[in-house]
Design a protein around this ligand. Structure first.
Ligand code: SF4
Length: 330
């Protein structure tokens, strides 16, 4: 591991100032991704700003909904009664991720910012535009079974691997951020992650030094509490990243769909919310026909690589299955 400077932040302003003052600094919270990356020398920050003592662990009802601190652990978030009652999709998605031990350490902010699990990203002997811009992409013509089928570019075909963010996309959450200028801004979570384009080294729209303070869940998203399901398809039953995952949510008026949410995970460089599938579901009756069509629409723009064509049909069926379960028909 490369030597680095360690700074412990005493308040958010001091933490942001310390990170913004030295390019390439990283925030340390649960450390479940960053420390691995540093040990492998994929990440070599000159300064690590420890934010674990900051007061960002609240679960608070607000006029707009529910505010979750960035430093709440994934376990604390998934188990909280207000989350389970109003946003069960979020609890389901978190529990589908990682292992119990990791969820006890991982924080909400860090979970959102976890980096891809592309094997070549971790292998310093291979070219990788995300790790070393301009070096090439070993996965494009390499083994790309776990890679993207939507939204990829010639520069990078990696996927975003998380589960929690998929649910937050479906729930129209927002991320509250502190900027180096001392201001706070709200970013709709759907605008937090980026597609790779020509700059895959940038995973998110955060500016250097910006610190995630918390996640805001809108009260309106509680309308999905009764009909939501998180489906994760993976190589083994637990402690594995998804091949494809789906966050599905419905608001029903009897058997009629009033609102729908369809978000696919592990198919693109960011959670993939399908506006076309959601729009097609509105006004329809719940059932296989509507849900199958939603699956077809959600994958209609898929461009599989050499080894991941299976994700297209798997994605279609996973959307159908997740919606069936959300509607309690399966
Ligand atoms: Fe690197 Fe992205 Fe290519 Fe993987 S897919 S090798 S992360 S550039």
């Amino acid at each position: 591991m490369q030597p680095f400077e360690y700074v412990r932040a005493t308040d958010p302003a001091a933490g942001v100032a310390a990170a913004a003052a030295l390019a390439g600094s990283r925030y340390l919270a649960g450390g479940t991704n960053l420390v691995d990356l540093m040990k492998e020398e994929v990440e070599r920050p000159p300064r690590v700003v420890d934010i674990t003592r900051l007061p960002l662990r609240q679960v608070q009802r607000t006029r707009g909904g529910l505010s979750l601190g960035a430093l709440l652990t994934n376990t604390e978030t998934a188990n909280h009664p207000l989350v389970r009652e109003n946003y069960p999709l979020l609890s389901q998605a978190i529990v589908a991720g990682a292992s119990g031990q990791l969820r006890n350490m991982a924080t909400n902010g860090g979970n959102l910012l976890q980096r891809t699990r592309c094997n070549y990203f971790y292998d310093l002997a291979t070219p990788c535009n995300k790790r070393q811009p301009g070096s090439g992409c070993a996965a494009r013509d390499g083994r790309n079974r776990i890679h993207a089928v939507l939204g990829w570019s010639e520069a990078c075909v990696a996927t975003y691997p998380g589960d929690m963010a998929n649910a937050l996309y479906a729930l129209d959450a927002a991320v509250r951020v502190r900027t180096p200028a001392g201001a706070e801004r709200l970013i709709p979570v759907t605008e937090l992650h980026r597609l790779p384009g020509d700059t895959p080294q940038r995973d998110t729209t955060l500016e250097p030094g910006e610190l995630i303070l918390g996640i805001e869940l809108p009260v309106a998203a509680a309308a999905f509490a009764r009909h939501a399901h998180y489906l994760k398809v993976r190589d083994r039953a637990s402690y594995a990243f998804a091949m494809v995952s789906v966050a599905a949510a419905l608001e029903l008026d009897g058997q009629r769909i009033r609102q729908a949410r369809v978000v696919l995970g592990s198919v693109a460089h960011k959670p993939w919310r399908s506006a076309v599938a959601e729009a097609a579901l509105v006004g329809q009756s719940v059932g296989e026909a509507a849900f199958r069509q939603a699956g077809q629409l959600a994958l209609q723009d898929a461009r599989p690589l050499a080894h991941n064509g299976y994700k297209v049909e798997l994605g279609r069926r996973a959307v159908e299955r997740a919606l069936m379960r959300a509607a309690r028909l399966a």
